[in-house]
Design a protein around this ligand. Structure first.
Ligand SMILES: *Cc1c(COP(=O)(O)O)cnc(C)c1O
Length: 354
């Protein structure tokens, strides 16, 4: 038996979700598929905070993260770096051959909007990449603040990764002027991996039109064109779309605000557990994600043994740190369908092991 995942992605998938996915296969160029695609739009627009179409990409989130660069970057991209995923985006921009620069802060710190302003003022940037919830450090960056700064630089595209924040906090894509907002479904939406979601501003589509060499698989204009027919450019992972419909129906039944409150509550339970045992959070007060907690591993604490005992004795899996802070931190997710009751089961197990 595999352990139940409390690591920050993929997260535990409920038997009900798997059951919703197990449907007779349908073709993707037909009325049944179009009905499925259209049914997803209202729920997706609510969690994205947009009136724009939400596109479905059969890929991991990185597909769209790289694709966004290929659709939007003209000359030079600024990557806002504060952890493993945001640092990697800079690396990906370089691998795509773009001129690039970064605002880099120490892992565990948040991006300072004023540092972004100073860097953009140097000139030459046409695109910015930003990660809202940096899953490797547990930092929830200042989306409002950074968005306002980027907005004050005309013709600068703002690409935002909300992979581990979507549906755990309210995000208003349209009001913030986000040009591309993207997420994967294996984090807070608690689906199996393999599907990424994204929405674009009208300006982003205009920029894409003027960008040569966008490729095909992640061409935003292909997504936009197919959306008009409630469809995707190529064959999508149809079972995941059934699963997504089930999750969105769950969000509608629970109420979006209640879902956000639930994530706050379950997140606070783990913070409280850490405080009781003297574990400090890596992220500073006020800039902490509500999707997960990333604790510092104190000197002398045998983290590998703790994680292993939790897994073998209780069949719960937490994560022993990611990237260069692996071993020096550990992370516990409260994303998806977790409730105060299920978080209490994890807490009791962790207390037992300690
Ligand atoms: C998990 C994660 C990614 C990568 O997602 P994939 O689906 O594995 O490509 C990117 N950004 C953030 C913030 C993440 O948490």
């Amino acid at each position: 038996m595999y352990p139940k995942l409390f690591s920050p992605g993929p997260v535990h998938v409920s038997p009900e979700t798997f059951a919703a996915m197990a449907k007779t296969m349908i073709g993707h160029r037909g009325a049944e598929f179009e009905e499925l695609y259209a049914a997803l739009q209202p729920g997706l627009r609510e969690i994205f905070g947009t009136t724009r179409p939400v596109f479905l990409s059969t890929s991991s989130a990185w597909g769209v993260m790289e694709g966004a660069l290929r659709n939007l970057v003209r000359k030079k991209v600024l990557c806002l770096c504060c952890g493993a995923f945001s640092d990697k985006w800079l690396d990906v921009a370089r691998k795509c051959g773009y001129e690039s620069d970064s605002v880099q802060v120490e892992w565990g710190r948040a991006i300072d909007p004023e540092a972004v302003r100073a860097k953009l003022a140097e000139g030459g940037f046409d695109t910015v990449t930003f990660i809202h919830s940096e899953t490797s450090t547990g930092v929830l960056n200042d989306l409002e603040g950074v968005a306002a700064v980027v907005k004050s630089f005309p013709d600068t595209m703002f690409i935002v990764d909300t992979v581990s924040s979507l549906s755990t906090v309210p995000i208003d894509m349209d009001r913030l002027g986000i040009d591309v907002m993207l997420a994967g479904v294996q984090k807070a939406l608690a689906l199996p991996p393999g599907l990424a979601l994204f929405a674009t501003s009208e300006a982003a589509l205009e920029r894409a039109k003027a960008t040569p060499d966008r490729g095909y698989y992640f061409d935003f204009l292909e997504f936009s064109k197919n959306h008009q027919k409630n469809n995707t450019p190529s064959t999508p992972c149809i079972p995941l779309l059934h699963g997504l419909r089930h999750i969105l129906e769950g969000i509608a039944a629970e109420g979006f605000q209640n879902r956000i409150d639930r994530h706050r509550e379950t997140n606070a339970m783990i913070r409280g557990w850490g405080a009781r045992h003297g574990f400090e959070l890596l992220a500073p007060e006020g800039r902490r994600s509500f999707a997960l907690n990333c604790f510092k591993n104190p000197d002398g604490f045998d983290l590998p043994t703790f994680i292993k005992a939790l897994k073998t004795q209780h069949r719960f899996a937490i994560n022993g740190g990611y990237g260069k802070i692996k071993g020096f931190t550990f992370r516990i997710s409260n994303m998806g369908n977790e409730t105060p009751e299920t978080m209490q089961q994890l807490i009791s197990a962790m207390d037992d092991v300690l």
